[in-house]
Design a protein around this ligand. Sequence first.
Ligand code: ANZ
Length: 808
Amino acid sequence: MRYNFPDIEKKWQRYWAEHRTFRTGGTQGKPKYYVLDMFPYPSGSGLHVGHLEGYTATDIMARYHRSKGYNVLHPMGWDAFGLPAEQFAIKTGTHPRETTERNVGNFKETLQRMGFSYDWEREINTTDPNYFRWTQWIFLRMLEKGLAYMSEVDVNWCEELRVVLANEEVEEKISAGHTVVRKPLRQWVLKITEYAERLLEDLDELDWPENVKQMQRNWIGRSEGMEIDFTLPCHRQKLKVYTTRPDTLFGATYLVISPEHPMAEKLATADRLKTVREYIGNAKLKTELERTGLQKDKTGVFTGSYAVNPANGEALPVWISDFVLITYGTGAIMSVPAHDSRDWEFARKFNLPIREVIKSPHDVQEAVMEDKGSTCVNSSNSDISLDGLDFSTAFNAMADWLESKGHGKRKINYKLRDWIFSRQRYWGEPIPVKHYEDGSLRPETDLPLTLPDVEAYQPSTTGESPLANIGEWLHGEDNHGKFRRETNTMPQWAGSCWYYLRFIDPQNAEALVDPEKEAYWMNVDLYIGGAEHAVLHLLYARFWHKVLYDLGVVSTREPFQRLFNQGMILGEDNEKMSKSRGNVIPADDVMGSYGADAVRLYEMFLGPLEQVKPWNTNGIEGISRFLSRVWRLFYPTDTEGSELPVLDDTPLAEPLLRRMHKTIRKVSEDTGQLKFNTAISEMMVFTNELHKTGCRQKTALETLVRLLAPYAPHICEELWQAAGHDESIALAPYPAYDPELARDEELTIAVQVNGKLRGTFTTPAGTPKENLIQQARSMESVGKFLEGMTVVREIAVPDKLVNFAVKP
Ligand code: ANZ
């Protein structure tokens, strides 16, 4: 009988839906496993093979854990508010709801064609009023707690999109060619800074990639320093600077304040006022990035005023420069050009004095204190001396002295800013607040507050959302008086801040999530998604989760225990897949040619999940042949018809028995650790062995099919049924191995890149070439040398070595 994948795949997808095979179990009895994808924004261009990588990985984990006896929660939904649908509405007049529905339909069809074992009864959509009612509910709890507030803030205003951007979004928009300027607007802001310390501390207990944790740490940007007061002889006020290096105070030779600093104009002496005003005016036109970029030429003006250094009484000139940001510290710094590179550049450019106060024992051009063994020099007054002290001793000595004299205070600063939370948009969750004529503000009592239909989707000319044009929605009156509704909507990030909780209890009309169900399912055991969300989504969601924790809605401090970033799949040309490059491989096309099982298997066989790797259509042919070989173990001839395979029941011979137990061990271990590529090559080896020995023994063949089922579920269901089973293979237990029979004779294999030894690994004697290459590729110590390079040749010498010949 032939392997007819289109019919087989359709047949089993229908079977799973009819039998509700992947319905999530209740909260009793079994251990739980919650495995989650970063749910997609249903765009108009559909899913390509890159999108399916992470979804395939989570699906394998879901199926694997089900057969290992876990109660698995594996849901899917749609993060469907957002700009593209709104931009499309502006252009064509189509309601974003229509566009969204159509796109969701397409996405869902593709995902179902892939045979993913989602519990579709838990599907959610962030634009559904039954969903965003709870997004609005969370916002109102934040309002009550003072965590949501309105403020006149300098926002990042995108000219082309006529919308405010979060700090976290600016870079992406600039690189897309948009203009972003700073402009003051009254906005809703969420006080994420109140959680800075907890967001930082709790990172330590998470099983996340170290680089993602580090990016969050950098974004939060905690620094320990001091605020130091410099007296201004001609003014009553003092000038407060923030520094992380009070140990270098004797080396300060001038001060710099930000153009937005409230003292900037006041400090300008009459002869300098015109130049100072001009400089301040020009700074407004630049973005933060233009001002602070390291390679940027430094600009600045002298105010004409001087301030007194509390350590040595020297009068230091006060300058204005736009590399000092008003949003950080106090918006004023003391410059120590001998030991800070930006200060150094600035001093050289404007001919300001440079005084060394740190000596390094090493021969370095510019002494930095982090340099081990560096100590202070030229740093004493009649009260204290820092000379000869190392960084932390000097820091503390100076801090104690300044504090005792009332010249300064220790201070912890964070780079993290409060989260600007309003958008001048139609297609978002309405912010459920009413503004009354007396200036007061009250929450909407009746949630959800839904979106009215509008005629036109353009932002209003005042920069308000199109909702400001809908009179009957906008204005109203209740027993508190006449009111006007808030016209801002929430940013796209809002809905994804808590969706993982709604999957636990999607229909609940009384509460966001039932506490008992929450306690059973949380937190998420495995969360897979792209590294591009390292800061934005993952930081926002952690913040909301902590707010919900404080409200008693959730029982865990963190939402996602384990995070895994899949490496991007590039186009065949080694470039990122994108419409403009024309290198996108649509998922439906390859599924049409090779079937879902082949696509799933091939995506996982491309290389280690975390690695970036190019798609290669020739490679999928090989996988396709492998599936046919598995099929022919059961049906050796290509005859038409539907005869059942005849399998024999005699005990397995010793060598094959051992081989089988080893295979179970390896595939099971690798699958559990998301090392899917090596698990697959192990199954290939076993399949070859079965063919070579002409084995048609029931246990051996069924074992192969059970191991393969999480990867290629359709063909395995078909063969499992053919072997005489009535129940879905998804419900069959995972094969177990006998440790004694699974023991290996291990050999050490050397791995080289361009002939240089980059690592070794152990593997059973006789491991075939392709398996050796896969294992070698998965090694971190090797991967580093392959990244960004083109592999020109892969050489594997069985039982000895692997060598990769690469070029840039
Ligand atoms: C003197 C000094 C000497 C500094 C030295 C550094 C090195 P982090 O670690 O990022 O917190 N700074 C303070 N406020 C600033 C602002 N608003 N805009 C630009 N720069 C600002 O950085 C703190 C350091 O950055 C501070 O310590 C200050 O320069 C500068 F050898 O003060 B330092």
